[in-house]
Design a protein around this ligand. Structure first.
Ligand code: NAG
Ligand code: NAG
Ligand code: NAG
Ligand code: NAG
Ligand code: NAG
Ligand code: NAG
Ligand code: NAG
Ligand code: NAG
Ligand code: NAG
Ligand code: NAG
Ligand code: NAG
Ligand code: NAG
Length: 626
């Protein structure tokens, strides 16, 4: 489509409500999370008091509790909650909450009172460490290398043992699609708690009663090479890492590969995301092979060491650290805590503290270990799921949260759930901050569901407060009138467009241009609007660095956030499709510079001193309030 057609259509479409703005924040990231006046701090206090109330209600059997149904059991869940920020180092110290349930309070081994230095297993949050170690150490060629080029045994075993229905094409499986859960490999390797044959052997299910045929010793898939490593050892433990059962260390890498080699895939690679613990076992083995370093050493050297995550481990923490470890089922530490995850290490073996989760989160957001462009690429989806609000990255589970003002905020999360431990790491790249949850219980059957309900309590109060704090800071730092000669620009935060939140209104989104005169001409009533689109015009951050000269882009009303889904029968011609902000960005130029580009001068106190509508080739100085 030609430029002017786009522009003409843009202006013709403004009567419709639409969707979205850019995939960026509406404001610069907030700098204050921890002070008593920060809206984020206030929200955090509300969150912790709410959780405390749910715990007390449950402990004392309050029939009138307003606790959500799924949170039932919270009083039996030991957990640690903490927030962290790139811009406010004190956040991780101030914004914490810890609750010790009876199981841990009375534990015979390990800590009896959790705090930010308590060591929990984090299960599949490990997968973040695995991918980060890969991003630091693998070349692009390594990322795209066929897995059977790294491990020829996969294809050679498959050829030597035909007979399955159809098998994974190991040439099309690569570290890159394994990391993004889109390789299609079988979900769990062997042994797996989801293997009915194994559960039958353990006496937990009756496969015959399910209508399944009897065990067939000559079926190659019913006799995976790992099986012989388990016989006589499988009943000693029900602990697990990454969906595995029993003494998983008994299966070394080669029989593990052989047990995988001729199984049918979930999908062809690059079809649909399909969660695969097995994929991460394979990725971890590939990383170790390609770097010639054991997986625990690789993560230590690449991530734990550089980020000073001194309390984190891939192997079980040393005995000297057990006094501050959260040991579920403490009379038998080997059940859930003292586990050698073997080939499952890269899928779910790590243990961490709240303080180390904050160091990891901050390290990612600061791009401490990767070039910034690489981190930005990492914090993007790789594929959709079948659900509009849920996408998948490597290994991110991306939840698309909608603010009360309809702006979409992407939460880059990784969940973990295995044995007696569940966890979440949650990053909000638009605001350079995040939060994490660690938890333990060997008795709660719905442990992960309870923790997910806690994550909802956190997200639905914290995220609007984060946006409101960012808006308040943007108002303090950028709003006002800027002048030069007979040019003038006034920016406001639109407080009347408030949407209700738990802590008051939510303005915005974006800094609204309420007045704009350039060289004596009123830009907002000039032909400029015919070519740019309908007002109000809002400025949102586009290129935040350098911090002393951040850039913003002007957005029109055409594609502004709205509750109305632009679907029905207009998936091509509806607002947000025919005329969308991402398509129109930088379309209109003057002398090679987009007319929507605004660059600020910002002092070390964070306050803007000048703005340049760059295409207009002028710099307007902020008018100081007298
Ligand atoms: C913040 O509030 C807490 C609790 O009310 C108080 O102890 C602390 O002194 C306050 N800090 C500041 C900097 O005002
Ligand atoms: C629960 O709420 C009902 C209705 O408000 C009230 O009658 C009852 O006394 C409350 N029960 C308790 C235990 O607070
Ligand atoms: C908490 O655990 C205790 C002891 O196992 C159990 O009796 C109680 O029902 C549990 N409470 C909830 C709400 O699950
Ligand atoms: C397996 O994948 C490779 C790489 O994509 C491809 O070249 C090959 O044709 C595939 N083999 C089969 C049997 O589909
Ligand atoms: C057992 O498996 C073998 C190999 O797949 C197959 O040929 C045979 O028919 C199976 N036997 C039964 C009873 O299903
Ligand atoms: C079972 O475990 C024991 C002790 O770790 C080991 O010596 C033995 O070889 C294992 N059995 C098999 C069949 O692998
Ligand atoms: C990597 O795997 C190949 C194939 O199994 C093997 O020959 C090689 O020794 C391994 N390299 C390392 C460093 O483990
Ligand atoms: C690393 O962490 C330890 C505590 O875990 C702390 O004592 C030390 O000061 C930290 N070092 C740096 C360089 O931050
Ligand atoms: C602590 O763990 C050991 C095994 O490491 C176990 O024998 C002991 O019973 C446990 N102690 C308590 C009080 O649970
Ligand atoms: C502020 O928001 C309200 C409600 O969305 C809207 O009607 C009004 O036009 C906005 N004002 C400006 C100056 O953008
Ligand atoms: C949290 O904030 C909401 C909304 O303002 C309020 O209704 C609720 O009572 C607060 N909860 C606590 C425990 O402060
Ligand atoms: C904004 O523009 C209006 C009309 O163009 C003018 O009356 C008003 O003084 C301007 N306000 C500022 C703050 O420049």
């Amino acid at each position: 489509m030609k430029l002017f057609e786009v522009l003409a259509l843009s202006t013709a479409c403004f009567v419709h409500t639409a969707l979205a703005d850019f995939a960026t924040g509406s404001w610069p990231a907030p700098a204050d999370l921890s002070s008593n006046s920060s809206l984020i701090h206030k929200a955090f206090v509300n969150i912790t008091e709410t959780l405390q109330e749910y715990i007390l209600d449950e402990s004392f059997g309050n029939v009138n509790s307003s606790a959500p149904e799924l949170i039932s059991g919270i009083s039996n869940l030991t957990f640690s909650l903490g927030a962290f920020s790139f811009h406010d180092a004190a956040a991780s110290k101030v914004l914490q909450y810890h609750y010790t349930a009876a199981e841990i309070a009375t534990a015979g081994n390990g800590t009896t009172s959790v705090d930010a230095d308590s060591i929990y297993r984090v299960a599949s949050v490990t997968k973040v460490l695995t991918v980060l170690s890969g991003l630091i150490n693998l070349s692009p060629t390594d990322w795209d290398r066929p897995l059977d080029d790294i491990f020829p045994i996969l294809s050679s075993y498959q050829e030597a043992h035909p007979g399955g229905p159809f098998a994974v094409n190991w040439t099309a499986v690569t570290p890159r699609n394994l990391a993004a859960q889109i390789s299609g490999v079988p979900r769990d390797g062997f042994p797996s708690l989801n293997e009915l044959e194994l559960l039958d052997a353990l006496g937990q299910v009756d496969t015959t009663a399910m209508g399944l045929p009897p065990y067939n010793a000559s079926d190659p898939l019913q006799n995976p090479p790992c099986l012989s490593y388990l016989i006589g050892n499988s009943s000693s433990s029900t602990g697990s890492a990454g969906g595995a059962a029993g003494n998983v260390q008994m299966c070394p890498a080669d029989p593990y590969f052989e047990s995988d080699a001729n199984r049918p895939p979930s999908f062809n690679p690059w079809t649909s995301p399909g969660y695969a613990n097995n994929g991460f076992s394979l990725l971890g083995l590939a990383l170790a092979n390609l770097t010639n370093t054991s997986f625990p050493d690789l993560v230590q050297k690449s991530v734990f060491g550089p980020l000073n995550m001194t309390s984190s481990n891939i192997l079980t923490p040393p005995k000297s650290e057990w006094n501050r470890s959260v040991i579920a089922a403490s009379s038998s530490p080997t059940t859930y805590f003292d586990i050698d995850a073997g080939v499952f290490a890269a899928s779910g073996a790590a243990s961490m503290t709240q303080n180390d989760m904050a160091r990891l989160g901050e390290g990612i957001l600061k791009s401490a270990l990767l070039p910034m462009a690489e981190t930005r690429r990492w914090l993007k989806p790789v594929s959709f799921t079948g659900r509009l609000q849920y996408a998948v990255g490597a290994p991110w589970e991306i939840h698309r949260y909608t603010l009360p003002n309809n702006k979409v905020v992407d939460l880059y999360t990784k969940s973990g759930d295995s044995g007696a431990y569940s966890a979440f790491l949650v990053l909000l790249p638009d605001y350079d901050l995040g939060f994490s949850l660690l938890s333990a219980s060997s008795t709660l059957k719905l442990r992960f569901e309870v923790l997910a309900a806690i994550a909802d309590v956190v997200a639905y109060t914290l995220v609007p407060a984060v946006d409101a704090q960012a808006a308040a800071e943007a108002m303090a730092n950028f709003a006002g009138t800027y002048v030069s000669g007979n040019s003038s620009l006034t920016l406001i935060v639109n407080q009347t467009s408030t949407a209700p939140t738990t802590l008051g209104g939510l303005p915005g989104p974006g800094l609204v241009i309420s007045n704009w005169t350039s060289n004596g001409m009123d830009v907002l009533t000039s032909q400029f609007t015919t070519y740019t689109g309908p007002r109000p015009y809002r400025l949102v951050p586009s290129v935040p660095l350098p911090a002393s000269r951040p850039s913003f882009r002007l957005l029109t009303k055409v594609d502004e956030p709205s509750a109305q889904l632009p679907i029905s029968d207009k998936l091509f011609s509806g607002p947000g499709f025919l005329s969308s902000d991402w398509v129109a960005v930088d379309a209109l130029t003057y002398g090679g510079i987009g007319t929507t580009l605004f660059q600020f001068d910002v002092g070390s106190d964070g306050k803007a001193t000048a703005v340049s509508p760059v295409a207009f080739r002028e710099t307007l100085l902020k008018v100081k309030l007298l």
